[in-house]
Write a protein that binds this ligand. Sequence first.
Ligand code: SAM
Length: 288
Amino acid sequence: MRLPVKLKQGAWPAWLCRLLPSGPDPTPLAGPEPPAGRAEFARLVSALKVGATWKTTAPGRHRDADQAALGLLAAAEPTVLDVGAADGVTSLELMEQMQGCFARYYVTDAFLEVGFAQQGRRGYFLGPGGEVLLGVGPRLLAYGEMAGAGPLSRWLAGRLLSGPAPGVQARRLRLVQPELERAARQDHRIVIQAYDVFRPWPGPPLDLIKAANLLNPEYFGREQLALALGHLWRSLRPQGLLLLVDNVGPAPEDMCFSVLGKGQRRWAVRAQAHGGARAAGLAAELEY
Ligand SMILES: C[S@@+](CC[C@H](N)C(=O)[O-])C[C@H]1O[C@@H](n2cnc3c(N)ncnc32)[C@H](O)[C@@H]1O
């Protein structure tokens, strides 16, 4: 990120926020009442970046991809893994498309929660090691990744990224849609758990794996992507499917996807749209 500082939307005129880099303030996620509505919750979670990846998500952006995968699925009551699900809004939608016909649905992400500390008019979103991911001031948002930042941005971001004063307590903040948390409490088939795609899947064999906007060459190198694809291959049943999705832009035609199955020691393309997901090209080169 070249510019770690953005204008806080709502604190400046809308025209200025359109002209200069700006973003929403995700602090309401830490309020006593989480934002009402799936779309608003997803919009605020999307303002966070942990490590290499943004938590960008939104409702309604995978419908055709989900439909294509479900149409090819052999299992009547599949076991599903959604990996890198962010707040799980797209998981809720896939469950709805499945009309509840699944044996188990694992909603997973490497970062289901962050730390949060409030000090005066500043809020701090903290990563797993206590590092500042995002500092929110009265007028500015400052992101912790300073690589490539110019001196002005560094100066502006400096105070926001110095973090809360010693003694200011941080608390854990869940980034999962409240509606999904409720569904998981009521339905034991829905499991929300932390899972890192670069580690072997510790759960049961799977019929459908969905990895949307995660196995992205802008986030991860070739070796890492191959490692993740290997773990997913080994966790998938012989007739299972891997759905890869890339939303490369906001329009429906910007949603590229590939549905991969297991061929002879190789991934085989069962369906794709708009050129397929970017990781599918690498997947085609791998042999198991
Ligand atoms: C861009 S979001 C995609 C959210 C959702 N799948 C969608 O397409 O709307 C990428 C998500 O992957 C998660 N992530 C990053 N690294 C991961 C890893 N190694 N294993 C699992 N999830 C990871 C991030 O925390 C983030 O929530």
